[in-house]
Design a protein around this ligand. Structure first.
Ligand code: HEM
Ligand code: SF4
Length: 614
């Protein structure tokens, strides 16, 4: 993509009222292209597959046809009053409701590991929360007792864990009251809108992504009411808005990315489309050769999304992501379909990129000056994104007492606290949760090691039924052992993922760990292992990493030490401190092959590894 550093800025951000009216108009539009596989149902409440399109569809499509999942909104109160086991035993429809349709409300039943307990996935536009919102979540997690915990996710999002169905209506009400929602966050829905974690505070900002992420979320969920226009998609769909030269948002792995660009002296966005990962295939987003102004941004989202909704494949689930449609139609035909869904049925060709491709990605950890004089943001490492009620309350307090009452989440599963005045920085850095972690499960260090700061891990087998290994505790323990034994001169991004679905995105990591079952050559036994990926790059020269080895988890330490020496200029430490030795010991005593239950990373003891009773 060509780039010119221009002084063009988004100066005339559309007013909130104007955008609200526009979103209402988009969502009130009932016109559906005649080529679409979908039509409005007779009662006009949902979009259904036309009868002629109901052949050779996948089981999820059949499930959606049997009953519209968004209807769970009307029934959740009633369901929650029933005895869970009786409801679950009452038939196939009830089981489908519990395990699948409730995902349209953001409720994920953890049948395999935590029967009767749910995870709730929110939407946190641009990853920005207020301290009041964080407290609502902390209270909820606290009320779930020993089952309760939360996770920061790689879409700047939060998942809270441990609620029973009987507690769901209260959570949904609590979210609505504080301006959050969990609607349309799972299955064939649009995922959390990602933006720059430094939006509005970045001295090098190109675009303040906050309002557009909120507008996109409001359009997608119809102001948190549930939006039947976009809840019957062929598959999930990801969107992000790029705000800085750093590409913190990972635009290349989104189905739609807004890329700041100028045309005829006007600010707007080039559109990138079709990026995705799956168990069998990963593809980077490509340029649509289209430019939209800031005012047209939400309409452009609707145009791309409804093209996908109307024409996307609904056969094999492996082939339903939007890039398959782009390949099927050809990029130019796809573009024409998007164009004719735009207001005025016109779409400009790409403009000049405002993103500097020669820029080196900045580190956001520690204390960094904001564009507002005298204010700073402080990046905190949250190892593998695991959070607990006590530290959620604490981070809310810190945001209020030291900052502007805001907490931000990054796609590396870390926090940023913005708005810290110069004179308050030192005392913030002395707070226990940022230093010793005393009183909390784990400290959130502002100056973490070069491995820990970018460590990412998907949920793993503690909570995810698809996982083949434990990811979070294991990733943290290995990272601590490596940092204890090696001097690592620069950042190395390590990602763990529990199965080939690769929610932890191993392919974009410098070093990726993908869970598998493997044979331990020394014993001949099948054990938990990982496939190791090397060489993934993010940012302007993004490349997907490739698989280089497969080995049992318990043999990882020496292998990784050598890998870091050979590829990342790491050097083994001459002598180890007591603390270093303890980190190695913790790794050596790690309960490998525990199967994840009982947990090796207990919800309320983050960071403490317990031996699993046999
Ligand atoms: C068929 C493929 C996939 C399946 C079945 C799947 C399943 C899941 C499940 C069950 C969870 C929740 C686990 C938990 O926390 O309890 C999850 C979370 C997540 N997955 Fe996947 N996944 C798939 C593919 C992907 C891909 C390709 C990506 C992106 C690279 C991805 C990104 C995420 C993210 C970011 C989360 C955390 C929640 C969020 O912020 O949206 N997943 N996935
Ligand atoms: S990668 Fe696999 S194990 Fe990890 S959260 Fe996704 S589905 Fe679960």
């Amino acid at each position: 993509m060509r780039c010119r550093r221009l002084s063009v800025r988004a100066t005339a951000t559309p007013s909130a009222e104007k955008v609200k009216g526009k979103i209402q108009r988009i969502n009130a539009n009932r016109y559906v292209d005649p080529k679409s596989k979908l039509e409005w149902s007779h009662d006009g409440k949902r979009m259904v597959l036309k009868e002629t399109e109901q052949q050779k569809i996948n089981p999820i499509e059949k499930m959606k046809l049997r009953k519209d999942p968004l209807q769970m909104l009307e029934w959740i109160e009633e369901m929650a009053k029933q005895d869970f086991e009786t409801l679950d035993a009452s038939g196939k429809e009830a089981q489908e409701d519990i395990d699948m349709r409730l995902k349209w409300l953001g409720l994920f039943h953890r049948r395999k590991q935590h029967y009767g307990h749910f995870m709730s996935r929110l939407k946190v536009p641009n990853g920005i929360l207020t301290s009041a919102q964080m407290r609502v979540l902390a209270k909820a997690v606290a009320s779930y007792g020993s089952q309760g915990c939360g996770d920061l996710t790689t879409r700047q999002n939060i998942q809270v864990r441990g609620l029973k169905l009987s507690q769901a209506p209260e959570l949904l009400r609590g979210l609505a009251q504080c301006g959050l929602t969990s609607l349309q966050s799972g299955m064939d829905n649009v995922r959390n809108a990602v933006g720059s974690p430094l939006a509005g505070i970045d001295p090098l900002e190109v675009y303040d992504t906050r309002q557009l992420c909120i507008d996109l979320t409001n359009y997608i969920t119809m102001d948190q009411q549930g939006n039947p226009r976009v809840t019957n998609l062929p598959r999930k769909w990801n969107v992000c808005v790029v705000g800085s030269h750093d590409l913190y948002e990972h635009p290349h792995i989104n189905d739609l990315a807004y890329w700041p660009a100028e045309k005829n002296g006007k600010f707007g966005f080039n559109l990138l489309v079709g990026g995705y990962f799956s168990a069998t295939k990963c593809e980077e987003a490509i340029e649509l050769d289209a430019w939209v102004s800031e005012e047209e941004a939400v309409e452009a989202c609707d145009a791309v999304l409804t093209t996908f909704r109307d024409l996307g494949a609904r056969s094999s689930r492996q082939k339903c992501r939007m890039m398959w449609l782009i390949h099927d139609l050809g990029l130019e035909r796809f573009r024409q379909e998007v164009e004719q869904r735009m207001p005025g049925k016109s779409l400009e060709r790409a403009g000049t990129s405002l993103i500097d491709a020669s820029h080196t990605r900045r580190n956001y950890h520690g204390v960094c000056p904001q564009k507002q004089a005298g204010l700073n943001y402080v990046g905190l490492n949250v190892p593998t994104g695991r959070i607990q009620a006590s530290d959620m309350f604490e981070i809310a307090r810190l945001a209020e007492e030291y900052g502007c009452g805001e907490i931000r989440i990054t796609v590396e599963q870390n926090y940023i606290l913005p708005g810290i005045p110069d004179e308050r920085v030192e005392s913030l850095l002395q707070e226990p949760v940022l230093t010793t972690g005393e009183g909390f499960a784990s400290p959130f260090i502002p100056f973490p090691g070069n491995l820990m700061k970018n460590l990412v891990a998907c949920t793993g087998n503690q909570f995810c039924g698809l996982a083949m290994i434990e990811t979070k505790a294991q990733g943290k323990a290995l990272t601590e052992a490596l940092e204890a034994t090696m001097d690592i001169p620069a950042d190395v991004r390590m990602h763990w993922t529990g199965c080939p679905n690769t929610c932890g995105q191993v392919q974009v990591a410098d070093i990726g760990f993908l869970g598998c079952k493997t044979t331990d050559q020394s014993t001949g036994k099948k054990v938990e292992g990982v496939k190791i990926f090397l060489g993934g790059k993010i940012g302007h020269d993004s490349v997907l990493g490739t698989e280089i080895a497969e080995l049992p988890c318990q043999h990882l330490l020496p292998y990784l030490q050598q890998l870091l020496e050979e590829n990342f200029n790491a050097v083994r430490k001459g002598s180890l401190s007591e603390k270093d030795k303890q980190a190695v010991e913790r790794w050596e005593q790690f309960p490998f092959n525990s199967g994840g239950t009982p947990s090796v990373f207990p919800p309320n003891e983050n960071g403490k590894y317990v031996t699993v009773p046999s």
